[in-house]
Design a protein around this ligand. Sequence first.
Ligand code: AMP
Ligand code: MG
Length: 347
Amino acid sequence: MKEKKKDKKGKKKKEKFAAGNGNPVAVNGEGNPVVENEVVVELLGLSKKELVKRAKSFSEKYRVSDGKEFRLKDVDPSDDGGLDREDKAAAKKALQIGVSALAAMQDKLYARDKWAVLLIFQAMDAAGKDGAIKHVMSGVNPQGCQVSSFKAPSSQELDHDFLWRCAKELPERGRIGIFNRSYYEDVLVVRVHKQILESGKVPEELITDAIWDQRLQDIRNYEKYLNRNGIAVCKFFLNVSKKEQKKRFLERIERPEKNWKFSTSDAKERKYWDDYMEVYEDMIRHTATKDSPWYVIPANNKSFCRIVVASAIINTLDSLDLKYPEVDEAKKKELEEVKRQLLAEQD
Ligand code: AMP
Ligand code: MG
């Protein structure tokens, strides 16, 4: 049972999520209400339950929970759900509303301290992983959240099986763990450049044509193991087009404040675009399951991408049916007694 707050008269009060500052009606400098975008007005008027329902149905379209039929050619990186690119304020507000919903759910996850949530982000360079993580997690309590980034493995990491470095970073119960890249790199970049595997420390006799299927199967089993231990796994493939990547690379080169984001190796990897698409597709086909689904998110429009990611996380948290821990009668009595003592104090 999910709890509902009550107002002073004891009536059930519908919980609403305000955008950012807790004030649902934005005002301008003169104190007059700002005319909001229709969608934003509608979202602001929704109860918590309705908002969660909306987020669920919104993100469902992009969820792959059985990969057998999945084909990348069937999904469009430019899909923006009709979001008005020019109305940046409306998109921002819609995301804020989603983020405040998410933050409220995270609070319960943390208080309950039973489930953990693992969010995995995979994508081609410049697809917007960092920005999505930054914006979507902006409102959550940092105490209940941790981000781990996985780059080319160190020699110590190469001394272990490929899941080892990620297993060390799994979130504790009550927390949301975010993997910016993950063990999936071992069936992506390593598959596109098989020499990475050959120059590593895996025994040669184990490097056969079957190794990718074996790894995908190992990942599938591993995620099942995580689910069975109370860790919900939710995976995001931010699906950017080759054309949009080019545009973003050029922007990174042309704008000095973005230069640091660009590395020449990114441009080299772009040459293997088709190979990457093939291995991404195979990855999704083999590892999308009901309990550890992939969300294939159109990423050409950054605002839209972030709104879908936030909705998908709300969907995941809602599936855990979170509630604050209940206090038993003895504890309630204890609290009453302390309250009585506090109120009886003279100063
Ligand atoms: P970035 O996320 O842009 O900082 O880049 C990290 C780089 O590390 C990417 O080019 C990844 O492909 C690479 N990387 C991550 N994991 C592995 C791995 N297991 N083996 C080789 N390269 C990796
Ligand atoms: Mg990079």
